[in-house]
Design a protein around this ligand. Structure first.
Ligand code: ADP
Ligand code: MG
Length: 775
C-alpha cells in the first residue's frame, strides 16, 4: 500500500503515462522484454518503477533495478521516486561509481549503467533483481548497449531457471529498430509501447545566417538578451557544448542583468616541496612476470564502477575567453528586469543541479544554461524558450592509432529536435536555432552514431573476455563496434599479456586458419583476470598488477587514479589581447611552469616528468587536506582532485582484495618516492604504455629552414608517420631526451604527446614485447 501525498497525487495525474498504467503493466506481465517509448517528460523514469513496485515486483522476489547513463539522473530520480512513494532512501536508493545509499532493504535501485555492468561480472544472472529497466536507451551509451546485449541472454537463462527476469527498455525517441529488428538480439520481437504525450506546439525560428565558427556563444548571449528584453515571461533554456561554456555564458548574463560585478583576484602561487638528492647506484628492475593474480573464486566487495574513465566529454577545458563576446552593453532598465541564471552540467554538484526544479525568486526570469544533460534526462519546469547553438562537443579517436581530438560539430537532427521539444512541456513555446534551415537540412546527420562505434574498445573487450565471451564478434551488439577498433583492442590486450593467443590446431586446415583470422578468439590469461578487477583502462590495470614490487603500490595507485581522471590542472588558455591582461596571464603561466618544475624535482624524479608532477600534485594536495584554497593556489581543479581521491580509495580496496598480502593503505601523508622507486615507476609505466613510445628525430642538416624548423624538437612515434611533439604544458617541453613514453596524443595545431616520461634505450628490448620499430 502506497501512501502518497495529495500534492504528489495531483502532479502525477497530469502525466501522460498515468493513463497507460494498465496497458503497460499487462504488456510487461505477458512478455519478458518490453520496449517503452515516450517523449521526455511523459513520466517514464519517475512512474514506471512505481507501477512495478505497486504491482508487487519488489515484494520478496527481488529488487527493481533502473539504469541511467548519467550520474545526475541516477541520484535525482531516486530522490524524486522516493519522495513520490513516500519511502525512505533505505528502500529507494541509488548507486553510482563511488557512492550510494543502498541497504539490505532497498527495493528500487537507481544506478549508472556502468555499475550494473560490474554487477554482471560478479553475478551473471543478476539474481538479486526481478526487473531491470534500461532507461534512456536512445542515448546509446556504450554500457547501455552492452547491457542490452547481455540481458538478451540473461533473460532466457533466468526463465529456464524458473525465476524469470523482466526487461524494460525505455527510450525518449521512436528510433528503436536496432533493438527490435535485430533477430540476433531478441529472437522474438519485443512489443513496443508508445506513450502519447501532450506536447504543446513549438514554433521554430531559424537564423537567417549561420554565425561564424567560433561565434555561437556570443550569438547565444545576444539571443538571450533579446528574448529577455522583448518577450513575455517564461523560462529560457540554452544549449551549449561544455562546462566551461556554461560557466562563461552564465557569468556574462549575470553581469549584464545585475548591478554589481564581482571580481576575482589573482593570488600568488605558493612554492613548496623539497627536492630529493641524487643517487647513483646500480638498481634492480621491475620483474615482468611477477604480477599479482586474483585468487580463484575471490569476489571483490568494493567494486562499484565500470572500467575506464567515466568522465563525460563536457569535462574538457577550453579557453575561457570572454573576448568572443560583443559588448552588448547594459541597457537602461536591465537592473529592473533581473534574471535568475543557473548552470546545468553533469559534473555540477547535485544540490546545485536540483535548483533547476525550484521556482526562481519572485520577479526574476529563469535562464538555464545547459549541456546535453538537459536534452532528455532532466525535465526543467516552465521552459518556454529554447536557444539552441546546434553544437555538440565530441571526442574523436583514430581507430588504428588511438590519436584523439575534441571537435565541436553540429549535433544531429534527432538531438536538435529533442532540444526544441523542451520548450513545449507546459505550454506553447519557441525554439531559436542559431543556424540556418539550410545548414540544418544539409549538414545535420539524421541521428547521432552510437558511442560504441566511436571509441576504443580495449576495456570492453577485456570485460567480455572476463565474462568468458570468447568470440566477441558473435556477441549480439545492438550496433557492433568497428572491426578495426576490435582488432586494435585485441592487439593491445595481447601485448599487455591480458590475453593469450588461441592454441594452434594440431594440423591447421585452410578453413580453420581463415576462421581464426576472421574471428580472432584469444582467451583471457590469469593476468587478464586480475586486470579486469580494476575499474580502470587495461593499460593502467597492467601497471597495478606489477606495482606490488619494491613497495611501489601506493605510488602506482595514486598515479593510475590521476591518469584516469582528466585534466587535473586548470587550463590557462590563450593569451589575452589586452596588454595589461597579458602581463597577468604571463605571470600565471610563469608561476605554473615554476611550480611544475619544482614538483618534477631532480634526478630520477625529474625523468618521471609529467607523471611525477601528477604524483606530487596529488600528494601535496592530500597533505594540505585537499582544501579548495590549496587547489586554487596551485592551479588544481578541486573537483578532479576529489574524483582522484575517490578512485584512489576504490583502487586501494580492489588491490587489497586481489592481493590480500599487499595490505596497502591510503596515506594522505605519503612521502615522495625514493630515487630507486622513481626509476622503477618509469619501468612500470612503460609496461602499460609500451606502444606509446617516441624517439627524438635527428634535426636535418639539409633542407629548407621551414623543414628544419618543423623537425626541431620533433619525435617519431611507433604508429604515426607524422612527427609528434611534446606538449608545451609538459615539464619535459624543450628538453632533449632520446626516448619518451606518453599517456596519449591529441591533435590540435600539431600532434601533441601529453603525460610524458623519459625512458632508457636499454629498457626497450625488455619491456616492449612486440619490438619497437620506428618508421
Ligand atoms: P521522462 O522520464 O518520461 O522524461 P520523468 O518521469 O523524468 O519523465 O518526469 C516526469 C515529470 O516529473 C516531469 O514533468 C518533471 O518535471 C517532474 N519531475 C521530475 N523530477 C522532479 C523533481 N525532482 N522535482 C519536481 N518535479 C520533478
Ligand atoms: Mg526519463
Amino acid at each position: 500500500p502506497v501512501n502518497r501525498t495529495s500534492e504528489i497525487q495531483e502532479s502525477r495525474l497530469k502525466l501522460p503515462i498515468l493513463g497507460e498504467e494498465q496497458h503497460v503493466m499487462e504488456t510487461i506481465s505477458e512478455h519478458p522484454v518490453v520496449i517503452l517509448c515516450g517523449a521526455t517528460g511523459s513520466g517514464k523514469t519517475t512512474q514506471v518503477p512505481q507501477f512495478l513496485y505497486e504491482a508487487g515486483y519488489a515484494h520478496d522476489v527481488g529488487m527493481i533495478g533502473i539504469t541511467e547513463p548519467r550520474r545526475v539522473a541516477a541520484i535525482s530520480m531516486s530522490k524524486r521516486v522516493g519522495t513520490e512513494l513516500n519511502l525512505s532512501t533505505r528502500e529507494v536508493s541509488y548507486q553510482i561509481r563511488y557512492e550510494g545509499n543502498t541497504t539490505p532493504d532497498t527495493k528500487l535501485k537507481f544506478m549508472t549503467d556502468g555499475v550494473l555492468l560490474k554487477e554482471v561480472q560478479k553475478d551473471f544472472l543478476l539474481s538479486k533483481y526481478s526487473v531491470i529497466i534500461i532507461d534512456e536507451a536512445h542515448e546509446r551509451s556504450i554500457y547501455t548497449d552492452i547491457l542490452i546485449g547481455l540481458l538478451s541472454r540473461i533473460v532466457p537463462l533466468r526463465h529456464k531457471k524458473g525465476s524469470p527476469l523482466k526487461l524494460v527498455i525505455m527510450s525518449a525517441t521512436l528510433r528503436v529498430e536496432d533493438f527490435t529488428e535485430n533477430s540476433r538480439l531478441f529472437k522474438i520481437k519485443p512489443p513496443v509501447i508508445e506513450i502519447e504525450s501532450r506536447q504543446f506546439p513549438v514554433t521554430m525560428h531559424f537564423n537567417k545566417h549561420t554565425p561564424q565558427e567560433n561565434a555561437y556563444l556570443n550569438e547565444a548571449y545576444r539571443k538571450v538578451c533579446k528574448i529577455h528584453r522583448s518577450l513575455p515571461e517564461g523560462g529560457i533554456l540554452v544549449f551549449v557544448t561544455g562546462q566551461q561554456e556554461v560557466n562563461t555564458l552564465c557569468r556574462k548574463i549575470r553581469e549584464t542583468f545585475k548591478s554589481k560585478l564581482s571580481d576575482t583576484k589573482n593570488k600568488a602561487v605558493k612554492e613548496d616541496d623539497k627536492e630529493s638528492s641524487q643517487m647513483k647506484t646500480k638498481i634492480p628492475r621491475v620483474q615482468l612476470d611477477d604480477y599479482s593474480v586474483l585468487p580463484e573464486d575471490d569476489e571483490l566487495s568494493e567494486q562499484d564502477g565500470a572500467h575506464g574513465n567515466n568522465q563525460s566529454d563536457e569535462e574538457l577545458s577550453e579557453p575561457d575567453d570572454d573576448d568572443t563576446f560583443d559588448d552588448v552593453s547594459r541597457e537602461p532598465g536591465d537592473s529592473q528586469n533581473p534574471i535568475y541564471v543557473l548552470p546545468l552540467y553533469s559534473m555540477l554538484p547535485t544540490h546545485k543541479q536540483a535548483k533547476v526544479f525550484e521556482a526562481p525568486p519572485a520577479g526574476h526570469r529563469l535562464v538555464v544554461v545547459a549541456t546535453n544533460v538537459a536534452e532528455t534526462s532532466l525535465t526543467i519546469p516552465n521552459i518556454k524558450y529554447v536557444v539552441d547553438t546546434g553544437k555538440v562537443k565530441t571526442k574523436f579517436y583514430d581507430k588504428v592509432t588511438g590519436v584523439s581530438s575534441f571537435k565541436i560539430t553540429w549535433t544531429s537532427k534527432a538531438s536538435a529536435n529533442q532540444r526544441a521539444g523542451r520548450a513545449g512541456r507546459t505550454g506553447p513555446g519557441h525554439c531559436y536555432r542559431l543556424y540556418s534551415s539550410a545548414v540544418f537540412n544539409d549538414e545535420f546527420e539524421l541521428f547521432s552514431s552510437p558511442e560504441i562505434t566511436r571509441r576504443p574498445v580495449d576495456d570492453l573487450l577485456l570485460l567480455m573476455k572476463d565474462l568468458n565471451i570468447d568470440k566477441v564478434v558473435n556477441f549480439p551488439f545492438p550496433s557492433p563496434p568497428d572491426r578495426l577498433a576490435l582488432k586494435a583492442a585485441e592487439k593491445l590486450l595481447l601485448s599487455l599479456g591480458a590475453l593469450e593467443p588461441p592454441a594452434k590446431p594440431q594440423k591447421p586446415t585452410r578453413k580453420s586458419q581463415r576462421a581464426e583470422m576472421d574471428n580472432p578468439s584469444a582467451r583471457i590469461s590469469p593476468l587478464g583476470r586480475a586486470m579486469a578487477c580494476f575499474p580502470v583502462a587495461p593499460r593502467y590495470g597492467k601497471m597495478l598488477s606489477l606495482g606490488h614490487q619494491h613497495n611501489l603500490l601506493p605510488y602506482v595507485i595514486a598515479l593510475v587514479a590521476a591518469l584516469s581522471v582528466q585534466e587535473l590542472f586548470v587550463e590557462i588558455g590563450e593569451p589575452p589581447i589586452d596588454e595589461t591582461e597579458k602581463q597577468a596571464w604571463k605571470n600565471r603561466v610563469g608561476k605554473m611552469v615554476m611550480l611544475k618544475k619544482t614538483w618534477a624535482g631532480q634526478g630520477q624524479s625529474a625523468l618521471l616528468g609529467d607523471l611525477m608532477v601528477l604524483l606530487k600534485a596529488v600528494g601535496a594536495c592530500e597533505y594540505a587536506g585537499c582544501s579548495t584554497d590549496f587547489c586554487f593556489q596551485h592551479g588544481i581543479r578541486h573537483k578532479a582532485m576529489i574524483e582522484i581521491r575517490k578512485l584512489r580509495s576504490q583502487l586501494t580496496n580492489a588491490v587489497n582484495s586481489v592481493l590480500p598480502a599487499a595490505n596497502v593503505i591510503m596515506d594522505p601523508k605519503m612521502a615522495p618516492p625514493s630515487e630507486l622507486q622513481a626509476k622503477l615507476l618509469r619501468q612500470i609505466i612503460l609496461t602499460g604504455l609500451s606502444d606509446h613510445i617516441a624517439r627524438k628525430l635527428q634535426e636535418p642538416s639539409t633542407g629548407t629552414n621551414e623543414e628544419k624548423k618543423k623537425l626541431k624538437m620533433a619525435y617519431q612515434s611507433i604508429h604515426l608517420e607524422e612527427p609528434v611533439y611534446i606538449h608545451p604544458n609538459s615539464v619535459l617541453y624543450k628538453q632533449n631526451h632520446e626516448y619518451v613514453v606518453f599517456q596519449d596524443i591529441t591533435e590540435t595545431s600539431k600532434l601533441y604527446m601529453r603525460g610524458v616520461s623519459v625512458i632508457e634505450a636499454e629498457w626497450l628490448p625488455v619491456f616492449v614485447p612486440h619490438g619497437c620499430t620506428f618508421s
